[in-house]
Design a protein around this ligand. Structure first.
Ligand code: GRF
Length: 194
């Protein structure tokens, strides 16, 4: 169990594969005095991830693991994270699936953000599926990561309206805006029970 002791912030790593708007948002959040986390590392499987520019900008060490051999890369990541005393992992658009063994090492302290109201629409292309099914409500979810895809315990969710005029792109944009509000709230809930 990780505890917040005094003013020490929880040492956090963010895993990304793409644009990194959630990473940028989490960095900004972690820089607030009231934030219970500090981001010490950014990990990516993609050396071309746009989001890595935020690690550069905010001078946060970043490391690439290609995940060509998942087992051995996961072992290396665990060693690297433990060396850096990381207690919390935030997945933010990370497109690789972590093994049961990896998750076990950080049990209860790996979070993911997903652009749907889980348990609906696990996996990819959530917005397309929401629109195809003519759902009137969608949203986003922050959940704990377990060994099944997008299936761990839900920490927080935010609902948003789906309009008749929505395209997957339009809906994605509005959901992402809410993700940026939800992720910090969920972290705060997990770590401080506020
Ligand atoms: C977000 O919609 C997140 O929910 C999903 O992937 C997207 C990542 O966006 N898992 P970004 O890279 O944080 O901008």
């Amino acid at each position: 169990m990780v505890k917040l002791i005094g003013h020490n912030k929880i040492r956090t790593a963010v895993f990304i594969s793409g644009t990194g708007s959630n990473l940028k948002n989490l960095i900004k959040y972690s820089n607030l005095k009231k934030s219970p986390i500090k981001i010490f590392l950014v990990i990516s499987n993609n050396p071309n991830a746009k989001g890595l520019s935020f690690a550069r900008k905010y001078k946060i060490p970043k490391k690439i693991f290609f995940f060509k051999k998942r087992k051995s890369d996961e072992k290396k990541i665990i060693i690297y994270l433990k060396k850096n005393k990381i207690n919390l992992i935030c997945l933010a658009g990370f497109m690789k699936i972590l093994s049961k063994e990896f998750i076990q090492n950080f049990k209860g302290y790996i979070l993911n953000i997903h652009p749907s109201l889980l348990p609906k629409y696990k996996g990819l292309n959530t917005h397309q599926r929401v629109i195809k099914n003519k759902d009137r409500i969608s949203g986003c979810t922050v959940h704990l990561v377990n060994s099944k895809l997008d299936s761990g315990k839900i920490v927080l969710q935010k609902k948003i309206k789906v309009y008749k005029s929505d395209t997957p792109e339009k809906l994605a944009k509005r959901v992402l805006k809410q993700e940026h509000i939800l992720y910090p709230k969920a972290i705060s809930k997990l770590l401080t029970n506020l």
